[in-house]
Design a protein around this ligand. Structure first.
Ligand code: ATP
Ligand code: MG
Length: 162
């Protein structure tokens, strides 16, 4: 399939709609920093949709009641990249766990994480899709403080520079 322009702003709104019920039930504060115009990544909409949904739903799942999530979408340092960052004030991820996070079926043994249902496939799929798109995914986290997932993808640069 040929890559097409995929509006990440729309995918963020879709992911928030999909997770709205549990975010509301947990009274999470959701803070959005999204541009008013579309932010086009170059790729496959169905796949990038899975990436955004997995990372947003992890933030909702692993953040305790009443705390916050922040989603930021911006052009990259290079103008041929776009960057999506999902920050949470959740349970955090130990350094040892951070090394295994993207392996298939990996789930933390942190009791607060184990309490949540999951298969441990989400981030493995995220990484596979992002790499296939020529992008990168990075995590920064501190146990007990929260986590940030940053996804860099190639921008769709429009007709003149295709
Ligand atoms: P699923 O396949 O349903 O996504 P999962 O959420 O357990 O299951 P991943 O999304 O791959 O699987 O995440 C792997 C593990 O990384 C999780 O089990 C959890 O321990 C940890 N993790 C992922 N995201 C976060 C986060 N935002 N905060 C804290 N821990 C996280
Ligand atoms: Mg997950």
């Amino acid at each position: 399939l040929a890559p097409t322009p995929v509006d990440l702003v729309e995918l963020v709104h879709d992911a928030l709609a999909m997770t709205a019920l549990s975010a509301q039930a947990k009274q999470l504060r959701i803070d959005l920093d999204l541009p008013s115009e579309p932010v086009h990544a170059r790729g496959e909409a169905d796949e990038l949709d899975k990436v955004v949904l997995n990372v947003v739903s992890n933030a909702v799942k692993y953040t305790p009641d009443g705390r916050g999530i922040r989603v930021v979408l911006a052009p990259g340092e290079r103008d041929d990249q776009v960057v999506l960052a999902v920050h949470d004030e959740g349970i955090g991820i130990s350094e040892a766990d951070q090394e295994q996070l993207f392996s298939e079926f990996f789930r933390s043994t942190n009791p607060e994480a184990v309490a949540q249902p999951g298969t441990g496939l989400g981030l493995a799929i995220v990484q596979r899709i992002v790499h296939r798109h020529g992008g990168e995914v990075a995590v920064r986290s501190a146990l007990g403080a929260g986590s940030s997932f940053t996804i860099t993808l190639p921008a769709h640069r429009g007709a003149l520079s295709s």
